[in-house]
Design a binder for this molecule. Structure first.
Ligand SMILES: NC(=O)C1=CN([C@@H]2O[C@H](COP(=O)(O)OP(=O)(O)OC[C@H]3O[C@@H](n4cnc5c(N)ncnc54)[C@H](OP(=O)(O)O)[C@@H]3O)[C@@H](O)[C@H]2O)C=CC1
Ligand SMILES: O=C(OP(=O)(O)O)[C@H](O)COP(=O)(O)O
Length: 355
């Protein structure tokens, strides 16, 4: 059993801990945060040993009636590997501690690529993280783009990518980022940082991205145009995407018109926290004109990187190959929306008929 410590138990850290907990080959050694409150209460109620980031903070946890198992140094020393889900820039500072104690670590997307030996997306470059001590799971937007581009690149080749990323203003628990009533070019400079970040996964890819932030907390929405190297049949593209493990081609029949309805769909499906781990691509938006591919995809920013963190751990410790790891992660987590995809339903029906 791989013993995993989670340093930074916020939006991403708590979800990664819960995803690790349900895997057959890994366990949560403990979680660390800086302050008490309902999130810390929840961690201890699940049974995660709680660690303070520094000695000074132990008293405030104890004053809140929480047992503290130690400081982050002790958690790092006891764990086989750390998932660092601290706010951007803190991970880089923590790198020194991980190195001192010879504990490998997974970092998140707001850290610079230089924090790790490789940036990671399970579908696109799993093998590059094999035997690595430090791996960076790319941001939610970069993860969403990588999952879409990997199968298109393999099947048709990619000449160029242009994407406009309509970004949520903040997460639901971030009142400091709202309310706002605006539509912000964000960043106002072009291209946005997302294109270069995608190139940490696909080094030679021609990609330009633009970002806009809107007053919403639900999801990001991408409008994507890919110039392919060949001219595909539109039904073949639909089938290709619908078969991808972490892509949900949203069928027209589901009458899911926007991100709010997608989140409600996830809640109705009993997803923990209403999380959507998959890219959600509207079937009707998939268009092909010559070698130009277009689609709209929604990305749940709080959730899509979670299975990627689990796979990064398996790659670093050579526990499974990419396909096995993705399948195990998804089965244990319940990544199942693909089964609603129109095209994959057709495939399943055809297979059943063949049988
Ligand atoms: N939220 C998102 O949409 C996404 C975030 N990411 C990336 O994940 C990373 C974490 O983001 P997110 O989960 O949103 O952040 P949060 O602010 O939700 O959580 C950060 C956590 O780190 C803890 N923390 C703060 N300072 C320190 C410190 N010095 N040492 C250890 N822990 C500390 C906080 O503890 P406390 O609350 O007690 O202060 C909190 O538990 C970032 O790199 C981000 O870019 C990636 C994809 C999507
Ligand atoms: O969208 C995200 O990152 P990204 O825009 O850098 O891809 C993550 O959700 C984190 O976003 P934030 O940096 O606005 O908190």
């Amino acid at each position: 059993m791989l013993s995993v410590g989670v340093n930074g138990y916020g939006t991403i850290g708590k979800r990664v801990a819960d995803a690790v907990r349900v895997q057959p080959d890994m366990t949560v050694r403990g979680v660390a945060k800086t302050s008490p409150g309902h999130v810390a209460d929840h961690a201890t109620s699940i049974g995660y040993p709680l660690y303070a980031v520094s000695e000074d903070e132990i008293a405030s946890f104890e004053a809140a009636g929480l047992d503290v198992a130690g400081t982050i140094r002790e958690l790092v020393a006891k764990s086989d590997v750390i998932v660092d889900a601290t706010p951007g820039g803190i991970g880089e500072q923590n790198h020194t501690l991980y190195e001192q104690l010879e504990t490998p670590a997974v970092f998140q997307g707001a850290e610079t690529p230089a924090v790790a030996e490789t940036s990671f997306n399970a579908r696109a470059n799993y093998d590059e993280a094999r035997d690595a001590s430090y791996v960076r799971v790319v941001s939610c937007n970069t993860t969403g783009l990588s999952r879409l581009l990997a199968p298109l690149k393999e099947a048709y080749g990619i000449d160029a990518v242009r994407a406009t990323l309509i970004r949520r203003g903040g997460d639901p628990d971030q009142p400091s980022r709202g309310p706002i009533n605006d539509i912000l070019p964000d960043p106002v400079t072009v291209p946005s940082h997302h294109g270069p970040d995608v190139r940490t996964i696909f080094p030679s890819l021609s990609i330009d991205t633009m970002g806009v932030t809107v007053p919403a907390t639900l999801m990001h929405l991408h409008g994507v145009n890919v110039t392919l190297e060949s001219t595909p049949d539109i039904e073949a593209v639909r089938d290709l995407l619908a078969k991808e493990p972490r892509i949900f081609v949203v069928p027209e029949s589901a009458r899911i018109e926007g991100c709010g309805a997608l989140r409600e769909f996830a809640r109705d499906a009993g997803r923990p926290r209403g999380d959507i781990w998959e890219n959600c691509i509207w079937d009707e938006s998939i268009s092909v004109s010559g070698s130009e591919f277009y689609c709209f995809q929604a990305i749940h920013q709080e959730a899509d990187v979670v299975p990627e963190n689990v796979d990064a751990l398996r790659a670093m410790f050579n526990l499974k190959d990419a396909a096995e790891s993705i399948a195990t992660t998804d089965e244990r987590l319940g990544v199942s929306f693909r089964q609603h995809s129109r095209a994959s339903e057709q495939v399943f029906t055809e297979r059943a008929c063949d049988d």
